[in-house]
Write a protein that binds this ligand. Structure first.
Ligand code: SF4
Length: 261
């Protein structure tokens, strides 16, 4: 991805200083700062999980026209589409929907079948690359900053996230994680206090939401992310949208797939 030159008003040192400054700031302050600093070159990227809804609620109160982006992988549960409608109506917003490239999907499914992800981790990561990571790259093109609902306590790979980072996987634009230090309980207390709509699958025992074939409800005492790619052992419970996941196998597979074109 080409580097977004306008975003380079910041270097690592300045971002480091801002991250220290932001670390004890409430999320609204950080979101407000970002709206002022980046205007229409800022977007929330959300899959409408509880954290994303906190961000969306806070941000639309500060700027009703803030851009909201989501990735429709083509394998989302119907409940997510219904919830998207609900969110559009409740907040009076347009949601920018990015989808995978149809040719990439056709090639992948022709070669490996529609449910390739169950066979091995490399094929699962290939599917995530085609259906999530690449559409996200397209969505972020032209932006100077994006806001996520990531929290440190969600998974080991997220433990070191800062509230503001330079996102080198996406052209060194600014990535904001205003809820980085929030707990699960704080998220749900906010939803209750502000009457924020919540995705209907939470009521059915889901604790993390994603594509229908790769997500299931979790049992009592299980890790909240245990329902994602539950059949995999010792694999990262990440898709590559928030951190690059590199395995030789994935790179070779992706390269081979793309060479077919
Ligand atoms: S979560 Fe599953 S269906 Fe969705 S993109 Fe990843 S592997 Fe494919």
């Amino acid at each position: 991805m080409t580097v977004n030159v306008e975003a380079l008003g910041f270097d690592e040192l300045e971002i480091g200083e801002l991250s220290v400054l932001f670390d004890d700031q409430p999320p609204e302050e950080i979101i407000g700062w970002a709206i002022e600093r980046f205007g229409s070159r800022l977007a929330i990227v959300t899959s409408f999980q509880a954290e994303g809804m906190v961000i969306l609620d806070m941000a639309t109160k500060l700027d009703p026209h803030i851009r909201v982006i989501t990735i429709d992988t083509g394998r989302l549960p119907e409940e997510t589409h219904a919830f998207m409608e609900q969110v559009r109506n409740r907040y009076g917003i347009n949601i920018e929907v990015y989808a995978p490239d149809a040719e990439d999907v056709r090639r992948m499914v022709t070669t490996h079948g529609p449910n390739l992800f169950y066979r091995d981790v490399t094929l699962r990561l290939l599917c995530c690359q085609i259906r999530k990571v690449r559409p996200l790259l397209n969505a972020l093109r032209g932006l100077n900053a994006w806001i996520t609902g990531l929290r440190r306590e969600q998974w080991a790979s997220r433990i070191n996230i800062r509230k503001i980072e330079l996102d080198h996987d996406h052209g060194a634009i600014v990535k904001l994680n205003p809820l980085a230090d929030w707990t699960h309980d704080e998220v749900w207390a906010y939803l209750d206090a502000h009457d924020v709509p919540r995705h209907p699958l939470y009521e059915k025992g889901y604790t993390s939401l994603g594509c229908a074939p790769c997500t299931r409800p979790v049992g009592p005492g299980e890790d909240p992310r245990a329902g994602r790619w539950w059949w995999e052992k010792d694999a990262p419970k990440e898709c590559g949208m928030h951190c690059s996941i590199e395995t030789g196998g994935l790179e070779r597979e992706l390269e081979a797939l793309l060479k077919e074109s």
